[in-house]
Design a protein around this ligand. Sequence first.
Ligand SMILES: [Ca+2]
Ligand SMILES: [Ca+2]
Ligand SMILES: [Ca+2]
Ligand SMILES: [Ca+2]
Length: 330
Amino acid sequence: MNLRRSLSAVAVAALSLGLALGAGSPALAKGEVVRGNGNEYFLTNNFSGTAHRFTYGKATDELFVGDWDGDGRDTLAIRRGNTFYVSNSLTGGTADKTFKYGRRGDVILVGDWNGDGKDTFAVRRGAEYHVKNSVTGGDADRVFRYGRAKDTILVGDWDRDRRDTFAVRRGSVYHVKNALRGGDADTVVNYGRERDVVLVGDWDGDGDDTFAVRRGNEYHLANKLRGGAADRVEKYGSSKDTVFVGDWNKDGKDTIGLRRVWTPSPEPAQPAPSKPKPSPSRPPRDLDCKDFRTQREAQAEYNYWKNKGLGDVHDLDGDNDGKACESLPR
Ligand SMILES: [Ca+2]
Ligand SMILES: [Ca+2]
Ligand SMILES: [Ca+2]
Ligand SMILES: [Ca+2]
């Protein structure tokens, strides 16, 4: 029943292209491992406010994004060695499911390979793909060969049949295939520049995945698989962030999330010995309900500090019922 399957995204394995990237971590997203470090996550539903902020796993974990339970919402999974820790909520905490798949060091892809609305894992070994249609260990459901061993692979639903398939990227040329088997591409498109960091997502919620180019903290979103100007340009986070793609609120549209290393409040550039230093385990500044646009945003901030064991640091929950800023619109 998941008509608007959450998208799939992916980005490009910049490393496998052997390219020097500009500022920022290589952007990766759903479909492939999210490179970069950090266990603090910031998710936006509209490229402006932060809807979810939480910590999950360790800073060095490999990260994947997918809709593991088919409820329309993308969440996170991490891998340590060949053990996967899958979470179905965007709150951090313990994993909902843990299992082993493949071997340590295997390249993993994420997608909805059989169109059942759930994302699962595939192991890539060179040009050979071992596809599993359940989030469990055990043998692959399907093994096939595609493209060349060194190809950069993107995952997405290019034709709106709710199944994810591959596109091979060679420079700025994309060979898009709508079935999981070898053979010629169905479509070949030229897009952006050879050195661009590319993300894949369903930016407009119409059911098909398309590309976005990242330049610093700007995202140039295109809603069709074709060259030419982007349909929309959005900004979120900083150019140093590791970025990934998902549908966090089940609206059928993909947006992005950021992965950051938790850093305490920065030390002042010039020592100011007369003033006590802010405690690193406190927020950089005190916030009030008027600093948030919605109750949800306020709640996310409230939950964040509460989960760190520091309580209601901003005094957002005046009546102590666990709900922050109830006067704000949802
Ligand atoms: Ca889900
Ligand atoms: Ca599936
Ligand atoms: Ca498809
Ligand atoms: Ca679309």
